[in-house]
Design a binder for this molecule. Structure first.
Ligand code: NAI
Ligand code: MG
Length: 355
């Protein structure tokens, strides 16, 4: 298979973790006979410094000419006092909007070698295996009008039937590849948008008779994520609820450095990035945990290219290295051997070559 991948390293540890993911992709290409053309381009603070624009046109052009995007992270104190249009995060918001990447997918799965770093009881944490599907390009963060006066402020929550249908379909499709259960999270007891959301889920489920569906109010879902996260398979929800619940879910498996994500649209095109940020406190020190970026590359192979065997091989290699006791500083603990980012990647590549 021949594919072109846009690589947008970004800021802080972004370049270190994307380099790591690229090494793993190159190893996969060699081993399975694929050709991945990797095209680097600037985003975030680095792009502001070079081009006065957090998402320059040449970066959009590179992404347009690619089959998928791999992104590191953006942001850092250097740009914190910039005006809104010159802030690194603007690059990320703009790229999602520009490519209409409406479905944010975050798998949250227990890592057997790391159960001791979960805040939950080991017997609860060890069975966590869910995917949160969050609507990413509409809802309260984008609704108009949005305005401020001295005495009041307005945000607007709008969803169209079509926007709900496409994200709900995406969740049903993902559930089909998993345990076949969808939990739709809303606030239908008070919000009109949530009532429409629920109606659409009820309509769409008719096309997926094999999938079990449950509705849950967001407050109760927030509790259940802590008390019984094993009950979830695929969770589908609107933008703001998904933002909050996915961050809540991200801590239950123990490390931010382990969690990948995808932002995709229906034709398979997508942007893949670790959940964590640019970690300025450890940037440039060869200390960052590259697992989330590497697992994001695995998600790309699976969701955008349909390369399920290759994706599974990457996941297995990362878990294998952790099981052998190797880890980066963020996962240090008893019986663990802390290694640099480079060394960790070398171990993952060796593990891949051994399979
Ligand atoms: P962060 O995720 O960058 O870091 C939080 C803590 O986790 C830090 O102590 C960091 O060292 C550690 N950490 C994160 N990823 C790690 C990894 N791979 N390996 C080892 N340790 C890791 O979040 P924070 O500090 O709130 O934000 C830092 C910058 O990143 C800010 O400018 C923020 O806006 C930006 N950010 C960017 C995101 C993105 O590009 N998608 C997402 C979240 C934050
Ligand atoms: Mg968030």
């Amino acid at each position: 298979m021949k594919k072109t991948i846009a690589v947008l390293p970004g800021d802080g540890i972004g370049p270190e973790v994307t380099d790591a993911a690229v090494k793993v992709l190159q190893s996969i290409a060699m081993r399975y006979g694929h050709t991945f053309h990797l095209k680097h381009a600037a985003i975030g603070g680095t792009a502001v410094d070079q081009f006065d624009n957090p998402l320059p046109q040449q970066t959009i052009d590179v992404c347009d000419a690619s089959d998928a995007i791999l992104l590191g992270a953006v942001g850092g104190t250097k740009w914190d006092s910039n005006p809104a249009h010159l802030r690194p995060e603007k690059g990320l918001l703009n790229i999602r909007k520009h490519f209409d990447l409406f479905a944010n997918i975050r798998p949250v799965k227990a890592v057997p070698a790391l159960l001791d770093s979960s805040p939950l009881k080991e017997e609860v944490a060890k069975e966590v295996d869910m995917v949160i599907v969050r609507e990413l390009t509409s809802g309260l963060y984008f609704g108009e009008p949005k305005r401020r006066s001295e005495k009041s402020a307005v945000d607007t929550l709008v969803y169209t039937r079509e926007e709900i249908e496409r994200i709900v379909n995406q969740a049903f499709e993902i559930a089909r590849t998993r345990r076949g259960k969808v939990t739709s999270v809303d606030k239908a007891n008070v919000l009109e948008t949530s009532k429409l959301w629920r109606e659409v889920v009820e309509e769409r489920r008719k096309a997926y008779p094999d999938i079990e569906v449950e509705h849950m109010l967001v407050d109760s879902a927030a509790m259940k994520l802590i008390t019984d996260p094993r009950a979830f398979d695929v969770v589908v929800t609107e933008n703001m609820f998904g933002d909050i619940l996915s961050d809540e879910a991200s801590v239950i498996t123990g490390s931010l450095g382990m969690l990948p994500s995808a932002s995709i649209r229906s034709d398979g095109f997508g942007l893949y990035e670790p959940v964590h940020g640019s970690a300025p406190d450890i940037a440039g020190q060869n200390k960052a945990n590259p697992s989330a970026a590497i697992l994001s590359a695995a998600m790309m192979l699976k969701h955008s290219f349909g390369l399920h065997t290759e994706a599974a091989a990457i996941e297995k290699a990362v878990m294998g290295v952790l099981e052998d006791g190797y880890c980066t500083g963020d996962l240090a603990g008893e019986g663990k051997r802390v290694v640099s980012t480079d060394r960790f990647v070398t171990k993952v590549v060796e593990e891949l070559e051994r399979e």
